[in-house]
Design a protein around this ligand. Structure first.
Ligand code: SAM
Length: 269
């Protein structure tokens, strides 16, 4: 059996009874950071052998893990915090294990995205987990544009030193929507900052700690393509130049000007 085992995202009391038992019982624990995990294991008096399993060595270690699983042993994967395979190593190993006919078992527990979502006050009935945005500005913009018309609450992870920049670029594409910053979840300085993106930016001095960013979905449901093109065409007929017509269309349909531009070019208008 391959176990995907959650660990706390801050507060050690979030370790589950089952996680402790499974981590004691398995033959091997594959950990993203063995030093960090060793501290956790010491705290809970778990003495199972550890192997490093991070981005740099995942292919070689995955092979080792698979051969032990195929030999009938059980292995648990843990990441630094929260659920393995969620913005953390583990997903590829799961795929390989499934292909090799090995059983997979979740050991649920703490997760930053869902903990933030349930306390956000935003719509929890439909949401999209977007994880970390790409590092380069161009890719990040394209990434945001992909999500800007979605009606679901969108959840991002972001590092504190990139947060302000991230929010500024997000607002350029999404408009000034309601957002929530969930900071240091389950830790002493846990807090939820709620407001328009622009207000959050204004109130952020030097962000410290870990953050989940949640953005309200697009409340103006995406218009059928025809409508938006018709609207744009009408503005041109009324005598607006292309730039102004694009700006007005973007405003009306709550889309970024770049999105409108791309679509307009697509339709050769
Ligand atoms: N696997 C983890 C999970 O299940 O949530 C996520 C790991 S990902 C590498 C780390 C990111 O998760 C951080 O940069 C931050 O965005 C978010 N995060 C993790 N712990 C957090 C916490 N205690 N409070 C707020 N955000 C947290």
């Amino acid at each position: 059996m391959l176990y995907l085992c959650a660990t706390p995202i801050g507060n050690l009391e979030d370790m589950t009874f089952r996680a402790i038992r499974i981590l004691r019982e398995v033959n091997l624990i594959a950990a993203e950071d063995t030093r960090r995990t060793r501290k956790l294991l010491t705290h809970f008096e778990i003495h199972t052998p550890l192997i490093r399993f991070d981005e740099n060595c995942k292919e070689i270690v995955a092979e080792k893990i698979l051969s032990r699983l195929l030999a009938g042993e059980s292995v648990a994967v843990v990441s630094d915090a929260g659920l393995p395979a969620i913005s953390d190593p583990g997903a590829e190993l799961v795929r390989l294990a499934i292909d090799a006919g090995i059983k997979i078992c979740p050991i649920p527990g703490a997760n930053a995205a869902l903990s933030a979502l349930i306390c956000s006050g935003l719509d929890t009935s439909k949401f999209l987990f977007a994880g970390f945005a790409p590092k380069t500005k161009k890719n990040r913009r394209e990434f945001f544009e992909k999500f800007s018309t979605f009606e679901e609450t969108i959840i991002f992870y972001e590092a504190p030193h990139r947060l302000k920049n991230f929010l500024e670029e997000l607002a350029e594409v999404f408009g000034d929507r309601e957002a929530v910053l969930a900071r240091e979840l389950t830790k002493i300085h846990e807090e939820f900052l709620r407001g328009k993106i622009s207000e959050l930016i204004k109130n952020l001095d030097e962000p410290r700690g870990e953050f989940v960013v949640l953005i309200e979905g697009n409340k103006n449901s995406p218009p059928p393509e025809g409508n938006f093109l018709e609207f744009y065409q009408k503005l041109l007929e009324q005598g607006l130049d292309k730039k102004d017509a694009m700006r007005e269309t973007a405003k009306k349909f709550n889309m970024s000007r770049r999105e409108i531009y791309n679509k307009v070019i697509g339709y050769r208008l």
